[in-house]
Design a protein around this ligand. Structure first.
Ligand SMILES: Nc1ncnc2c1ncn2[C@@H]1O[C@H](COP(=O)(O)OP(=O)(O)OP(=O)(O)O)[C@@H](O)[C@H]1O
Ligand SMILES: [Mg+2]
Length: 297
């Protein structure tokens, strides 16, 4: 079983959107999964199972040692068990142990679950981290084997991204190199996006890029369909390029598809209508880096 955190302390970068579409892609590929909604806004679990009060959410597991199965919902359309978030996650007691979320996730893995008279042993756990809540993100990183970081490509996002990368580095140091950093997911990238083209080299020279998710009205429109099986683009528009990119992202994160740094650059370059070489011009790197920091060129 793999535990994947989707983390980015900057809000609104696409964590929940990506988590839900990865769950759909996982289900399509025949896997069983768990969504741990670690966000006090609880957007992901609300899309999947509706509103959950604190006593029926992850908060009760972390505060009162309630067993995760007592608050979990099975969503057959996604072949997924959902541990819902709730607003009570925003003010957990200060002495909540750093490994509380890890214990919760592993208690799901260690027991063969019996849900509706069916054994349910998950292959994948996705933790949807909150924006702006460093303490909860740290707990998620303590639980995860692997972390992927959705990022929008603007100068402000680039600056904010450092907080998450530093947090991951700090946890990796304490945990002896875990979770592994799968890479940045360039999200909301538009065709020919010149801002993303200018910023790509600052990110890609340090951190691998995962498959790029395009800016897409199809993605933005989903979430509230009456039919739960149509609430994410992978299911509502399975042939769209956005759906294909989510499937590719799932394949890479699940280890089914080989993916190199060059693949990441090429994938972003395709969306930007340019070449991988253009995104990483070594000779200009230092000069452009300085310009972004406000140094006169
Ligand atoms: N690729 C995309 N194309 C178009 N819209 C997108 C895309 N990805 C995300 N969005 C939209 O951006 C907004 C933020 O996305 P989302 O809620 O997934 O981000 P988040 O990182 O989970 O936010 P938070 O930090 O608040 O949890 C939503 O309105 C979503 O529909
Ligand atoms: Mg979210």
């Amino acid at each position: 079983m793999k535990i994947l955190a989707i983390a980015q302390s900057k809000g609104g970068t696409g964590k929940t959107t990506i988590a839900l579409n990865l769950l759909a892609a996982s289900s399509e590929a025949g896997h069983r999964s768990v969504l741990v909604d670690a966000d006090h806004h609880a957007a992901g679990s609300t899309v999947m199972v509706g509103f959950s009060p604190p006593e029926r959410s992850l908060s009760a597991v972390l505060r009162h040692n309630v067993h995760p199965l007592e608050v979990a919902h099975l969503v057959p359309e996604f072949n997924c068990l959902v541990l819902p978030g709730s607003y009570a996650l925003s003010d957990l007691p200060q002495d909540t142990p750093l490994n509380a979320l890890s214990d919760c996730v592993h208690s799901i893995a260690s027991e063969p679950l019996d849900i509706s008279d069916q054994a349910f042993s998950p292959d994948l756990v996705i933790i949807d981290c909150p924006g702006g809540d460093v303490a909860m993100t740290r707990m998620a990183l303590y639980a995860a084997d692997c972390v992927a970081v959705p990022m929008n490509f603007s100068a402000l996002d680039l600056t904010a991204n450092e907080t998450t990368i530093n947090l991951i580095a700090a946890v990796r140091e304490l945990r002896g190199g875990r979770p592994s950093l799968a890479g940045i997911i360039p999200n909301r990238i538009q065709r020919g996006d010149s801002v993303a083209r200018d910023l790509a080299f600052l990110v890609a020279s340090r951190i691998p890029l995962l498959p790029t998710i395009p800016e897409s009205n199809l993605i933005r429109r989903t979430g509230s369909a009456v039919d739960i099986g149509r609430r994410v683009v992978v299911m509502s528009h399975p042939k769209s390029s956005a759906a294909q990119q989510f499937r590719q992202l799932f394949g890479v994160l699940n280890g089914d598809r080989p993916w190199s740094r060059e693949d990441g650059l090429r994938n972003l370059a395709e969306q930007l209508r340019t070449t991988a070489e253009e995104l990483l011009p070594e000779s200009e790197e230092a000069e452009r880096g300085m310009a972004l920091q406000g140094t006169p060129a």
